[in-house]
Design a protein around this ligand. Structure first.
Ligand SMILES: Nc1ncnc2c1ncn2[C@@H]1O[C@H](COP(=O)(O)OP(=O)(O)O)[C@@H](O)[C@H]1O
Ligand SMILES: [Mg+2]
Length: 331
């Protein structure tokens, strides 16, 4: 890693006991229910887990962009550079969003406005950050497109999103996000909607941008192969909680939570092509009807009585590596 991209032992984002629930007529969905992690300056932290485990709701909570209709962050703290952004007013949050903390969504279609050219959208973002004169902003916009490997940016800048391929649109989203010079980037499955051949190019682009800028990335994926390629540390999420967290190599070599072990066992080879998770036997629990105990207990081959009674506290299992499992508790 370059000096700019080097991981510093300094926390930029700290999430403490975050709880985001959906209050629906048929009950309360505990989508995020006690999530804690830290993101350090200059690192890429992977957030991995099966579909529906609460990854996107975690991300949207950090951006303060929860869907309308019953979703509320009811507890916890999200300290961005020391400030709890859950306590900020909407206008203060608008100042921070897109500048200190930014997000790339799965589908570029939802990030781009179909009625404006990509140049309009890019110039607005550049102007918001730094102001400036039209000609200067135009030059910066062209440079921003070039930086994300868009060929002939002078022509592309006048086009509308529908005139571009999915991969190119996602690169435009990347250019817009980078123009805000965020310190924290949340990338929520940013390659899932792209063709397989384009996915790897996009990951390489993100990796380069990370190294050039030194921004910290929370990279959300259900794909452990991508974690191995891109991330410094990984947090494994299951049914609204992070069940294991540690350096990528350490977690791959010594997976400690039975859920992580099952996930890793399902990945063919870490050095091979990007692998998808195969399914683990059984179903994740309903987030509307969670037991007091470990959420993985019904699917766990090591389950004991105490696993049903109370949620296990995190146990240090290696350097910078923790897992929430009763079996790991010292006797
Ligand atoms: N708009 C919504 N209304 C009600 N429940 C939702 C909504 N969005 C998500 N959820 C609930 O939150 C859980 C976590 O969703 P999400 O964070 O999108 O999962 P993923 O890990 O696949 O990103 C889902 O299983 C679902 O029960
Ligand atoms: Mg998601």
């Amino acid at each position: 890693m370059s000096a700019a991209g080097g991981v510093k032992d300094e926390t930029i984002l700290e999430v403490r006991d975050l709880r985001t629930h959906f209050f629906l007529r048929r009950g309360v969905v505990k989508a995020v229910d006690g999530v804690s992690f830290t993101l350090r300056r200059g690192e890429v932290l992977g957030l991995v887990g099966e579909s529906g485990c609460g990854k996107s709701v975690t991300a949207l909570s950090l951006m303060r962009l929860l869907p309308k209709g019953g979703a509320r962050a009811i507890g916890g703290e999200v300290l961005l550079d020391g400030t709890d952004i859950l306590t900020l007013g909407d206008s203060q949050m608008r100042e921070i969003r897109g500048r200190k903390i930014s997000m790339i969504l799965q589908d570029p279609q939802t990030s781009l406005n179909p009625v404006f050219t990509v140049g309009d959208q890019l110039r607005e973002s550049i102007f918001r950050r730094a102001g400036g004169r039209t000609a200067q902003i135009m030059r910066e916009a062209v440079a921003a497109l070039r930086r994300v490997d868009i060929a002939a940016p002078e022509q592309r800048i006048g086009q509308y999103p529908h005139q571009m391929s999915g991969g190119m649109k996602q690169r435009v989203v990347g250019a817009i996000v980078m123009s805000g010079e965020p310190e924290v980037l949340i990338a929520d499955e940013p390659t899932t909607a792209l063709d397989v051949t384009i996915q790897l190019q996009y990951l390489k682009l993100l990796q380069r941008l990370q190294r050039e800028t030194g921004m910290a990335i929370l990279f959300i994926t259900h794909d452990f192969g991508v974690v191995a390629r891109l991330c410094d540390r990984v947090a494994v999420m299951y049914a609204g909680r992070i069940v294991e967290c540690g350096p990528v190599q350490e977690v791959f070599e010594h997976p400690s939570h039975p859920y992580t072990q099952a996930l890793i066992a399902s990945v063919p080879a870490m050095t091979g092509p990007i692998g998808r998770l195969t399914t683990i036997e059984g179903q994740p629990p309903s987030l509307m009807d969670l037991s007091a105990g470990c959420r993985f207990e019904p699917r766990c081959r090591h389950a004991e009585a105490r696993c049903r009674e109370a949620y296990p506290p995190p146990v240090g299992v290696g350097p910078d590596h923790t897992a929430d499992c009763w079996r790991l508790q010292p006797a």
